[in-house]
Design a protein around this ligand. Structure first.
Ligand SMILES: Cc1ncc(COP(=O)(O)O)c(C=O)c1O
Length: 390
């Protein structure tokens, strides 16, 4: 039995996933497979580090120092073969906060921001909240059911004089595409050519499945690095989202200075004490746990594909190259998003993310979080088939 098979009751822990179904969906008894956290315990080494820190008993202001920098440098080099420098680093509670600060620091209200839909919705929602215009470079879904970038359209959008920022998701959420070196090089060069700042959200980059290889776009070339802000975090990797600790890597000094000014403006200069402790422990000691997790997630992907292949083959599952968020094509059922939602919640008692939340071209798709014990996954699959069959 794997450690990830353990069923842990998360109810009454103020969990967004498990304690808010009534408030969010109007129903109580649904199996939540939507928001992107895992139903697994964090690595023991992280839990032990947190215990030790709590026992210390003083929780004053905290700022990650040299030891944290070393842990990050070592992690990124070991896992992703990228040598990063401590001078590039700054911290953020979450990546969404970082995106918001970056939009505020580097763009003006008359600017346009490019995103690739369907995409993690705060990318465009945050831009809109800042009253920036959003341009959607829609991802092309191939016959093989894989996302490809429409580079011609991307260049058209990047070349508009008002476009000043492109927010890349690498690996991509939803769908889990890990962009190739070639694709990233084209993106990096287009951004340089059209003077567009690149924000690369690499929060899913540690969760690589089936031997897929991830490249940090800033590792490709120095000029691309100087035009890129890379966001990484242990939050998805080690299931620490509630502890709120993330890292930004900003090699260009003047860009970093601007970001720090935005941090000061919003009073976001320190990190949560426990988040800091957990982040360092995870990057220092979490590797073996992560390797085990990846095997478990790969097994879960296979289970979903086999089960749906047998019981409801009209659902087409995109082969994920990373992370635990499956992108399910349910267009053949000819249901509106509202109809799908009703069927899932009331007939299936299952909460998934509707594809349209990720942008217009996500309609007819569902996103399913499979980072749970196999027993829960089976429950979810039975509920999904119950909801959509006939
Ligand atoms: C691509 C992407 N970025 C950011 C986040 C959230 O990051 P945070 O919780 O650090 O704000 C998620 C969560 O699902 C995500 O998928």
């Amino acid at each position: 039995m794997s450690r990830f098979d353990q069923l842990i009751n998360r109810k009454n822990t103020s969990s967004v996933k498990w304690d808010y179904s009534k408030k969010l969906f109007g129903v109580d008894d649904v199996l939540p497979m939507w928001v992107a956290d895992m139903d697994f315990k964090a690595p023991e080494e992280v839990i032990n580090a947190l215990h030790a820190r709590i026992d210390h008993g003083i929780f004053g202001y905290t700022m990650p120092g040299k030891s944290m920098e070393e842990a990050i440098i070592h992690w990124v080099e070991k896992r992703h073969h990228w040598k990063v420098d401590s001078r590039w680093m700054t911290y953020s509670p979450g990546i969404v906060t970082a995106l918001s600060l970056a939009i505020s620091a580097y763009t003006d209200p008359t600017d346009k921001i490019v995103v690739q839909s369907p995409v993690y919705y705060p990318f465009f929602e945050m831009a809109k909240k800042h009253k920036r215009d959003v341009l959607y470079n829609k991802l092309h879904l191939t016959e093989q059911h894989r996302f490809e970038i429409d580079f011609e359209d991307l260049e058209t959008k990047l070349s508009k004089p008002e476009t000043t920022m492109f927010i890349l998701c690498n690996p991509h959420n939803p769908g889990g595409r890990v962009w190739s070196k070639d694709e990233l090089l084209q993106i990096g060069e287009l951004c340089l050519k059209h003077h567009v700042l690149l924000i690369s959200d690499d929060i899913h980059s540690d969760l690589l499945l089936f031997q897929h290889e991830y490249t940090p776009i800033a590792s490709l070339r120095e000029d691309i690095a100087r035009n890129t802000i890379t966001c990484i975090a242990p939050s998805k990797t080690f299931n620490l989202a509630g502890l709120q600790a993330s890292v930004l890597l900003i090699p260009d000094e003047s860009l970093k200075k601007k970001y720090i000014e935005a941090q000061q403006l919003y009073g976001l200069m320190t990190l949560n004490t426990l988040g800091t402790e957990a982040m360092e422990a995870a990057y220092r000691h979490g590797e073996a746990w992560l390797d085990e997790l990846i095997v478990y997630l790969e097994e879960n992907v296979t289970i979903v594909k086999e089960y749906l292949g047998e019981h409801l083959p009209q659902i087409r599952v995109m082969d994920p190259e990373s992370t635990y968020l499956l992108w399910l094509d349910v267009r053949s059922f000819n249901k509106t998003d509202d109809e799908l939602k009703k069927l899932l919640l009331h007939k299936g008692q299952l909460a998934l993310e509707p594809g349209s939340k990720f942008g217009q071209n996500g309609a007819g798709f569902l996103r399913m979080n499979i980072a749970c014990p196999k027993e829960t996954l089976h429950q979810g699959l039975i509920r999904l088939v119950t909801a959509l069959k006939d």
